[in-house]
Design a protein around this ligand. Sequence first.
Ligand SMILES: *Cc1c(COP(=O)(O)O)cnc(C)c1O
Length: 464
Amino acid sequence: MNNPYSELPSVDHMLQQDAFRKLINDYGRTLVVKAVRNVLASVRKEIASNPSMKWNEKSISDACVTSILNECTSSIGPVFNLTGTVIHTNLGRSLLAEDAIHAVLEAMRHPLNLEFDLKTGKRGDRDDHLAPLLREITGAEDATVVNNNAAAVFLLLNTLARRKEVIVSRGELIEIGGAFRIPDIMSDSGARLREVGTTNRTHRRDYEDAIGTKTALIMKVHRSNFSIEGFTASVEAKDLADLAHQNNLFYVEDLGSGTLVDLSKFGLPKEPTPMDAIRDGADLVTFSGDKLMGGPQAGIIVGRADLVKKLKRNPLKRVLRVDKMTLVALVATLQLFKKPEMLPQKLTTLRLLTRKEEQVRAICEDLQGSLTTALASCRASVSVEPCQSQIGSGSLPVSLLPSYRLAVRPGGKTTGRDLNRLAKAFLSLPIPVIGRIDNNALCFDCRCLEQVDEFRAQLIHLLP
Ligand SMILES: *Cc1c(COP(=O)(O)O)cnc(C)c1O
C-alpha cells in the first residue's frame, strides 16, 4: 500500500531549497527549522484525516513563511487612535514630545550619569535631575518621582499615615479604572480612611469634627473623572490647609492629572495645577506624568522638603522607583515648560488637544474620498460630521472639544453585526485603526490623526 506520508519532503530537504537558505540567513536556523517542523507536522495531521489531501512544496514553503512572519510579529504595537479620546489609558495615554523621545533613545544607547554626580565624581541621586526643574515650575520646596500616580499616593499614605487616620470627603472617594479606588489604596497602604460629609456636600465642620488623636492628615482628591452638580458644597483647599495646620496635621492633595500650565491660556478648560495647590498651602501634591503633563508614565510628588525627605527614606520608594528611560523623558518634558510659548507645538498631547476643529475637518474631508473608494465593494457611505472629542484619562471630565469625524455607514440595512465586522476590518490593518461605533455608524474622530499619509496608504489592505 502506498504510504501518503512517504512522499512528504523531509525537513532537511526543505532547508536545502534556495528560498529556505535565504530565510535562514534572515531569521536564523532555529526559527526556520521550527517553522518547517510545525508545518510538516500539521500537513501530516491533515493527511491523517483526509488521505487524498493535496499538497505541494510550494504550499508547504508558503505556510513556513507565514509561520515565520507570525512568530516575528509581537502582539503590541502602534495603532491609530481615532476614538475621540485624546489621553486614552488603554492606548497608552500621552504621546511624548520629540525632545523626550530623543532623550529616551540616547539613554538607551549610552551610559548616563543617572546616579553619578559629575561635579564631585561621587554617587548621585536620580531625583536630583528632576527636583530643580519641578521646584522652579511648581514653586514647591522639593520633589520626587515614582512609577505612577497610584504609587505616589500609596507611598505618601504609607509614609505619613500608617496606622493613622486620613480624613477625606465622601464626595472624593473616587475610582479611576478598576484597580485604583481611594478606599482600597488607603487600606493597603496601612492608613485608615475617615470619611466625612456626604456625596454632594462636605463642610468645614465635618472635617473639624473628625480630627482626633489618631489623625495624620487631611486629604483632597481631585474629582478627575466625574463632576458633582446641583446642591453641592465642598471646602476650599486654603481652608483645609489652614484647618490641618492649626491642628498640627498635614494637608495633601491628589491632583490626578497635573498640568503645569494654565490651560485656559490655550483655550482649554481650566484645570487645577500643582502650583495652585502649593500656593493654597498643600504640604504635598501628587499627580501623573502621562496625563495632561504629556510625559511618560510616572507619579510626581512635590511639596515640603522635610516630607519629601521622609518619602525618600521609605524603602517603598526604592520598590516604586522609575527607570532611566522614564527619568530622561520626564526631564525633557519638564524642560519644555520653561518655554511656555512653544508648548502647544512641542508638547504632543497639548498640540492634539488644541487642534482647531477646522483643521480636523480638513483632514476628514481630505480622507473622505480615499475611504469611500477603499470601501466601494461594500457600498459604504462616508460622511464628515461634527463631533466632540474627550480629553480623557480622568482629565477634565465634563469638558468636550469640538471636532470632526468620518462616519462610515455600510450600504443597505445596517445591523450591529455589519458595523462590528467593519470595525474588525479596520483593526486588522497593518497599523490597526481604532474608532468608535456611534449613531449606527463606525466613527473616526480625526483630532489625533497626524500621520495622514500613512493612514491613507494602508487603506488598500482593507478587506470589505
Ligand atoms: C489618574 C488618577 C490617579 C492614578 O494615576 P496613575 O498615574 O494612573 O497611577 C490617581 N488619582 C487621581 C485623582 C487620578 O486622576
